[in-house]
Design a protein around this ligand. Sequence first.
Ligand code: KIV
Ligand code: NA
Length: 263
Amino acid sequence: MKVTVSTLARLKADGQKITMLTCYDASFAALMDAAGVEILLIGDSLGMVVQGHDSTLPVSLDDMIYHTRAVARGAKNALVLADLPFGSYQTSPAQAFDSSVRLMAAGAHMVKLEGGTGMADTVRFLVERGVPVCAHIGLTPQSVNVFGGYKVQGKTEEGAAVQLAAARALADAGAALVLMEAVPAALARQVTEALSVPTIGIGAGVDVDGQVLVMHDMLGAFPGKKARFVKNFMQEAGSIAGAFEAYVKAVKTGAFPGEEHSF
Ligand code: KIV
Ligand code: NA
């Protein structure tokens, strides 16, 4: 059955975990889809894991469209989520809408954008015009130069309050999902309890409604630095299809992430 925003809401209501992986081409999309991964994210992480850049900043909207088309062709049931890349949505809500239209024409069912309370107006603008939105808070990699590195966010009491307020504002604006990257597990849990829409975590502990990992990380295929929250599912599974199945099972049962993957 096709995964839709209604499916995601039902999974949260039933207390079932949502599974997401990043995906950049049709073959991997078909394998992930067959393993039951509910959401395939064409992440702008492709700038690092596919293109070899040292950040996500150089990724263009055309790059995202190319990979979104490929993933959409390979996916059968999974919801296709595409990142709005750096510079394609920050100017204005209208710019965000124009960029989202191109991603949705390429096969995306939902778009993801980075930012806190300041992006709430943009989220509302998109949702009112037919574009479902996943809001990405916490460590937002497009802002790496503002943060001065890839650092855990929301660690101080003040920082946690900023993240909680952002999550509330984005959900109130109509975001269908709120994704948190590299935040303390206790904060992610608090956000998840505060919101009626599902939350997705990466480096956000186990008490969120779903998990995401970068495909190359969970297959042990990325030669760069391995973040604390990454688990290599290929080691035990022995095959790519098996690694995707093991990931789905580990997320669904709450076996992943463990304390060792959390902040
Ligand atoms: O681009 C990406 O892969 C992402 C995930 C890390 C959430 O945004
Ligand atoms: Na991203």
